[in-house]
Ligand binder design. Structure first.
Ligand SMILES: [Fe+2]
Ligand SMILES: [Fe+2]
Length: 179
């Protein structure tokens, strides 16, 4: 998706910060609900899930700090994203390691793609603080995506419908937030 100037009351930079902040809340909740499921029924997968929640919490704080600095408020879809993330975490965890890795790869591929477009837009706008916030998370999200890929999340044919559903949902949520 190409990022262009907003014609509504909120400029595109602020929208990017809000949407990313809500997305990070979804990510935090994906890990949160997965851990709940895996601690009960798949304890061997717990170590797999303990690596990245700290990254997502840090990303959440980065965007919130910049939103507050601009006297902004949370995105309208913030709680909905949280709930969506929580459900997505449960659904993917119930499919085991395959589901978790497919979900990770699908979500992070869409996210990384958007981050690149956001960076291009913010560079063009010379909005340095917003640019720094987005650039600060890029490497982590690429790493999350790549671990999903390395663990077979991108190729397993049996979870292809899940990957497609999650990619489409993630893309739709971001586009909806940027309207
Ligand atoms: Fe993140
Ligand atoms: Fe991530």
């Amino acid at each position: 998706m190409r990022y262009i100037d907003s014609h509504s009351g909120l400029d595109t930079s602020r929208k990017i910060l809000k949407v990313n902040h809500a997305g990070e809340f979804a990510a935090v909740n994906i890990y949160r609900s997965r851990l709940v499921v895996c601690r009960i029924v798949m304890r061997d997968l717990v170590p797999l899930l303990e690596e990245f929640p700290a990254d997502e919490k840090r990303h959440l704080a980065i965007f919130w700090t910049e939103i507050r600095r601009r006297n902004g408020v949370k995105c309208k879809s913030y709680w909905l994203c949280g709930l969506g993330g929580y459900c997505m975490g449960i659904a993917s965890a119930l499919l085991g390691r395959r589901g978790i890795m497919a979900c990770r790869w699908a979500v992070e591929s869409v996210v990384v793609n958007h981050l690149h477009h956001q960076i291009a837009y913010l560079k063009n706008k010379h909005d340095l603080p917003a640019l720094e916030a987005v650039e600060a998370i890029l490497e982590d999200e690429q790493n999350h995506r790549d671990t999903g890929f390395a663990a077979g999340g991108a190729g397993n044919i049996r979870v292809k419908p899940l990957r497609f559903a999650i990619s489409s949902f993630t893309e739709a949520v971001i586009r909806f937030g940027m309207r």
